[in-house]
Write a protein that binds this ligand. Structure first.
Ligand SMILES: [Zn+2]
Length: 314
């Protein structure tokens, strides 16, 4: 069998276009090539994304096997506060005494007290899927930094610029590295399945907003980045094509859910979206991809219900 093009060992591996930027596959949800955590090994050390609560130990192990101590980490950045991005943060911090967690100003209070966030995730995901997404541990307020649009984080050679990027969630950030001109997209640009080369919208309940997500995609396009660094999963080196594909796919998915959910049911819509988007998948199992699609069907249905309610009540 041919070697996979994307590093899949549970260790940080250098990205081809930069000497300080590294990627580890945390095998989120037991799936290879789905949960990416990035390390920038500059004068100050930053970790971008923290996976789920279940991924924290593997992240610590990856930091150690890279040759750093977790205590060397200065900054932990979460793109947004969903459990598969910020869930690991509260479990990493006791091992990273120097580190501050950088989070969108709208998300900060939920990391101080995650009770409502965890409950709302359970409701949106259903209990079986919620168990897989794990939990959260409260983070003391003095370990958190509330991030605003255009705020900078200087690491040395690298400087990160945080960009308010609503749509997937109101507390979503994308992060431009001015040194590499790459953008960490969180979930703002959807999901990328390397190898299969699939690009898939991700539109979760309770707060997905199509119009805002499309504005965010336009903002990313205007940056003319050199690569997109997806949290799910890894670098995409043709950003223009990827973003333009998403600008088409999000409204298409929205139309299919709106037009057919009542008549075809969730399973019918799932079949249609699967055919449209991921029919050619080989590396990623069908069941795994279907679970991701179901999250968006639920989220788009909630979005349409909200829009209709707003139209009725003026
Ligand atoms: Zn995610």
């Amino acid at each position: 069998m041919a070697e996979p093009a994307i590093p899949t060992r549970m260790a940080f591996q250098r990205l081809p276009f930069d000497t300080e930027t590294h990627l580890a596959d945390v095998r989120m949800f037991q799936q290879e090539g789905f949960g990416a955590v990035y390390l920038i090994d500059d004068e100050r050390k930053a970790i971008i994304e923290t996976g789920t609560s279940g991924d924290a130990d593997r992240i610590l192990e990856a930091v150690r096997s890279f040759g750093l101590k977790p205590a060397d980490i200065d900054a932990v950045v979460v793109s947004h506060i969903h459990l598969d991005h910020a869930g690991g943060a509260g479990f990493l911090l006791p091992e990273m005494p120097k580190a501050k967690v950088y989070v969108h100003e709208r998300g900060l209070k939920h990391l101080v007290d995650p009770t409502r966030l965890v409950a709302s995730a359970r409701e949106a995901l259903g209990s079986e899927e919620a168990d897989i997404f794990g939990t959260m541990r409260a983070i003391p307020a003095d370990r958190l930094v509330a991030v605003k649009d255009q705020q900078r984080l200087e690491l040395g050679k690298h400087a990160l610029v945080f960009l308010d990027s609503p749509g997937h969630a109101p507390h979503e950030l994308t992060i431009l590295d001015e040194h590499t001109r790459c953008v960490y997209t969180g979930d703002a640009a959807g999901l990328y399945f390397p190898g299969d080369e699939i690009l898939m919208p991700i539109a979760p309940a309770p707060a997905f907003d199509l119009e805002k997500n499309l504005e965010t995609l336009q903002r990313l396009l205007a940056l003319q980045p050199r690569a997109l660094l997806f949290s799910h999963y890894g670098p995409h080196t043709n950003p223009k094509a990827a973003i333009e594909a998403m600008i088409i796919a999000y409204p298409e998915w929205s139309r299919v859910v709106r037009g057919k959910l009542a008549s075809a049911g969730e399973d019918g819509v799932l079949r249609e979206l699967y055919e449209m988007t991921v029919r050619a998948a080989k590396r990623y199992p069908r069941d795994f991809l279907e679970r991701r699609i179901r999250v968006s069907i639920t989220g788009l249905a909630a979005y349409h219900a909200r829009m209709e309610h707003a139209a009725r009540t003026g």
